[in-house]
Design a protein around this ligand. Structure first.
Ligand code: KG4
Ligand code: ZN
Length: 371
């Protein structure tokens, strides 16, 4: 079976073809994986402008799908099913992919599979590494989410923890804006941090002293044994505020609402690098500590990391080292599968089809949706 995947949840128009291999250890193979990034367009605005994003998806979607089919050496009728991101994401952007996929499925009489974007990120690990030891504790760290899942069996994703406020990628993007480093912030901070001293600035590690009072799945904390309830929560907005305070104290003019990027003029290049390295140390340490402690508490046999922030060089290196120390194998997808792509959506679609799930054409794009 060959599945065409379509992803348009944010600012990447992506299409891919993924095929079943028939091999148990590595059941899926990528035939093509095409991404048209809008990062250049949104950079001018310092972040994604939803209206511009959806219009650009309309311009790009046909060409991107055609290129994905061509690279996979497929005709339209060689495709056996189409999988598309239903949500979460920007609804105008999602609608472009969903409308295209429905038209494709209706015109060719092929099955369609709506896919949760984070299921795609989780399946990117299985797509790249084949079947991994289960149960697995999988952390999805992206621009919109910092969510920890347990995968007890293939295709089942149980949410056990998530951020109370900002996602890790969002924190990267905001801190980059505070330092005048541009958008998206993750890759720039990753690069600049290499020149910095990660102990130069004493930034606070997020800690919780009270239960989460935000609305949400009420049973998250109940997953963990008494005393470990805090493992259900991440938080990055306090860290961002600490960076704001540090910069203000150093004479940088900061817009706390982040409408405009700062001019980090008063800071030397070395100091900017020190801020990046110190911020990254705290983010990575928090993500790794929580995930590995949770993995142990939950009896996981492996750890997975996925989503845009899993492209981070320090996160990848430190997670591998911690896995070695804890005797837990760590699986991270290749860089091309860490950030948004459609191969992971095709894989998540294949997973559902393999589990016997079938869908009608009457689903719609949804900005928020449970996994
Ligand atoms: O998964 P993704 O492509 O899109 C969402 O689903 O949000 O993740 C994008 C996020 C952005 O916040 C970006 O700054 C971050 O991933 N990112 C990184 C790196 N590459 C991308 N963060 C840290 N280090 C990186 N190397
Ligand atoms: Zn994503």
């Amino acid at each position: 079976m060959r599945v065409l995947g379509i992803e348009t949840s944010c600012d990447e128009t992506a299409a891919a073809v993924v095929a079943q291999t028939g091999e148990r250890a590595k059941p899926w193979r990528i035939l093509s994986n095409v991404i048209a990034s809008q990062a250049e367009i949104h950079r001018e605005w310092g972040g994604v402008v939803p209206e511009i994003a959806s219009r650009q998806h309309v311009r790009d979607i046909c060409g991107v799908v055609e290129l994905a089919l061509e690279r996979a050496q497929c005709t339209w009728s060689d495709v056996d099913a189409v999988a598309v991101t239903q949500g979460p994401g920007l609804v105008g952007s999602l609608l472009v992919g969903v409308s295209f996929a429905k038209s494709f499925a209706a015109a060719l009489g092929k099955p369609i599979v709506p896919v949760h974007h984070l299921a795609g990120h989780i399946e990117s690990i299985f797509l790249d590494h084949g079947e991994i030891p289960l149960p697995a504790a999988v952390l999805v760290v992206s621009g919109g989410h910092t969510s920890l899942y347990v995968v007890p069996e293939p295709g089942i994703y149980r949410l056990v923890g998530r951020t109370r406020d900002d996602a890790a990628g969002e924190a990267y993007d905001k801190v980059a804006k505070l330092l005048g480093l541009g958008y998206p912030g993750g890759p720039v901070i990753d690069r600049v941090a290499r020149e910095g001293n990660d102990a130069a600035i004493d930034l606070p590690v997020p800690r919780f002293t009270h239960a989460n009072r935000n609305p949400g799945p009420p049973d998250l904390a109940a997953v963990f044994p008494a005393g470990l309830e805090h493992l259900a929560d991440f938080s990055f907005s306090g860290l961002k505020t600490a960076v704001v305070r540090y910069l203000q104290a150093r004479g940088v003019e900061v817009d706390p609402g982040l409408a405009v990027p700062s001019d980090a003029g008063p800071l030397s290049q070395k100091e900017v690098a020190d801020v990046c390295a110190s911020f990254q140390r705290v983010v990575v340490q928090t993500l790794i500590d929580r995930t590995f402690t949770a993995a142990r508490a939950l009896g996981a046999k492996s750890v997975g990391l996925s989503g845009g922030v899993s492209a981070n060089s320090r996160l990848r290196r430190d997670a591998a080292a911690r896995g070695e120390r804890d005797g837990l194998p760590v699986f991270v997808p290749a860089l091309s599968l860490s950030t948004d792509n459609a191969a992971m959506i095709a894989a998540a679609g294949l997973r559902k089809l393999e589990r016997g799930e079938r869908f009608a054409l009457d689903f719609n794009a949804q900005a928020t949706i449970p996994i």
